[in-house]
Design a protein around this ligand. Structure first.
Ligand SMILES: [Ca+2]
Ligand SMILES: [Ca+2]
Length: 304
């Protein structure tokens, strides 16, 4: 009788043990799966970076044109890379525009990103203060005292930006930049002068000059020439900014931007190579700025 009672008591215990062990197996299985997935993702990211590096090597070759089939390899669903080659002279160099005391270029850009004039002015003032050599703050800017009060002694640098990422450190400007994904693509420190209309990306034409999608398309179609591919031998050049105004039927505000920020020359010598590597869903992007002359010397290297 006693033995039967003991058996009856042991049965739920055995069932409980089985359930407990089953739970352990499921939990352990989940952990192992997650670990394997983590390992696999790291491996795929590593391969994606190797792919992106291969793309950079191809893009740096001065003999490679934008329509070369070598700029694409494999497929995003498996392994491979995609490279785009553009110029660097269609971007805003803050050092140049601050030295020129041209605030309008920043005002127009930040306005197109949805910021009011007060917010823009505070950011531009702080950028001017960051770059100028003195310690006297602009109306809404920030010099040594303001950075110290914010717990950031030793700033601003009081010299031109040495890279685009440095803009994130500028008081008031950071808040604006953080509202725009990909903001770094709007700027450069390598091209000095107005933006070359032949090198300016479509989204920059829309944001800075306020062109409609149709007007942007008209400009790109003209630039691309008969083969409809940009940066190939048959590309066309605008003879003047007036020719751009005429082709796009620019309104007065667009004309003002064209005449104030753009030129039709200057975009030679610096190549921007954007290479994205893929491996089964993992991606790795590398942006390299290199000189076309002088053996393709690399000026800047960024990985994302
Ligand atoms: Ca200063
Ligand atoms: Ca072409």
């Amino acid at each position: 009788m006693k033995a039967t009672n003991q058996s009856a008591a042991a049965l739920p215990l055995v069932l409980w043990c089985i359930m407990f062990l089953a739970g352990l197996v499921v939990l352990g299985g989940g952990l192992v799966n997650r670990w394997l997935e983590g390992e696999s993702l790291a491996q795929r990211k590593f391969i994606a970076r190797q792919m992106a590096l291969s793309g950079v090597a191809v893009g740096l070759n001065p003999a490679i044109q934008a329509d070369s089939p070598l700029l694409r390899s494999g497929s995003p669903d498996s392994e491979g890379y995609e490279v785009t080659i553009t110029g660097e002279s269609g971007r805003i160099n803050p050092n140049h525009w601050v030295a020129e005391s041209n605030r309008a270029v920043f005002q127009r850009l930040f306005e197109s990103w949805g910021h009011d004039l007060d917010t823009s002015e505070a950011a531009i003032d702080a950028l001017v203060d960051w770059i100028d050599g003195d310690d006297f703050p602009s109306a809404k800017g920030a010099e040594r005292e303001e950075y110290e009060a914010a717990g950031r002694p030793g700033y601003p640098t009081n010299r031109p930006l040495s890279n685009v990422r440095e803009m994130e450190s500028v008081m008031n400007l950071r808040e604006i930049l953080m509202t725009r994904g990909g903001w770094k693509d709007y700027f450069t420190i390598w091209h000095t002068g107005p933006l070359d209309i032949h090198d300016t990306p479509d989204w920059m034409l829309a944001d800075l000059a306020g062109f409609t999608p149709r007007q942007v398309e008209t400009i790109i179609e003209f630039r691309a020439g008969a083969d409809r591919i940009e940066r190939t031998a048959d590309d066309q050049k605008f003879p003047s900014i007036e020719a751009v105004e005429a082709l796009t039927a620019a309104d007065p505000r667009q004309s003002q931007a064209l005449r104030g920020f753009f030129s039709t020359s200057g975009g030679v010598g610096i190549r921007r190579i954007e290479s994205t590597g893929f491996c089964n869903g993992a991606t790795h992007r590398i942006v390299v700025i290199g000189r076309q002359d002088g053996g393709g010397r690399i000026l800047s290297w960024q990985e994302q």
